[in-house]
Write a protein that binds this ligand. Structure first.
Ligand code: 5GP
Length: 182
């Protein structure tokens, strides 16, 4: 059996990555979404082991020491990483695997596995991104400002990606992503 494709979906916080990926996975049930490990606290409604595996710093350090991550990055003062064993296992079963991660992590995946397909989800504009982050209401004004500053840097990196999808309409963006999962 051929190993499943590795598709990395990246783009600034608040761009709607989770919504687009969620819809694309509904349309592609054989694909598997990797569950990241993070040291940030759960948001209301987030479930450990489903949205993330929430760990403390010591556990994250131990995983780093054990070379358990395919990639990892610090984002807005917290650490996030992709456990490599689960990715290898699912790909070994022939399933396309989707990573939903920030841009520095996407670059690491490219280095670790040049066959990975990198998708960048872009907002129609920075103003739209700012409005979405504020409407989401999950971050403090300070955190939103930090995320927007990171977003400006991330937007500059989109040329390094294989495909750029502008998220103006979720359904259209999801269908564009589905085409890359096959
Ligand atoms: P949030 O705190 O909003 O859930 O995530 C913050 C950023 O970290 C988002 O851009 C998200 O895609 C990214 N992220 C989530 N998991 C990982 C991961 O395992 N590795 C990396 N590099 N970024 C991640």
């Amino acid at each position: 059996m051929d190993s499943g494709r590795l598709v990395v979906v990246s783009g600034p916080s608040g761009v709607g990555k989770s919504t687009v990926v969620g819809r694309a996975l509904e349309l592609t049930p054989q694909a598997w979404l990797s569950v990241s490990v993070t040291t940030r606290a759960p948001r209301p409604g987030e479930v450990d082991g489903v949205h993330y595996r929430f760990v403390d710093d010591a556990t994250f350090d131990a995983m780093l020491q054990g070379s358990e991550f395919l990639e990892w990055a610090e984002f807005a003062g917290r650490r996030y990483g992709t456990p490599k064993a689960q990715v290898a296992w699912q790909r070994g079963r022939g399933r396309p695997v989707v990573l939903e991660i920030e841009v520095a992590g996407a670059r690491q995946v490219r280095q670790a596995d040049p066959s990975a397909f990198l998708v960048f989800i872009a907002p129609p504009s920075l103003a739209v991104l700012s409005a979405r982050l504020q409407a989401r209401g999950t971050e403090s004004p300070d955190a939103i400002a930090r995320r927007l500053a990171i977003a400006e840097r991330e937007l500059a990196a989109q040329d390094a990606f294989d495909q750029v999808i502008v998220n103006t309409d979720v359904e259209q963006a999801a269908r564009a992503l589905v085409a890359s999962l096959a």
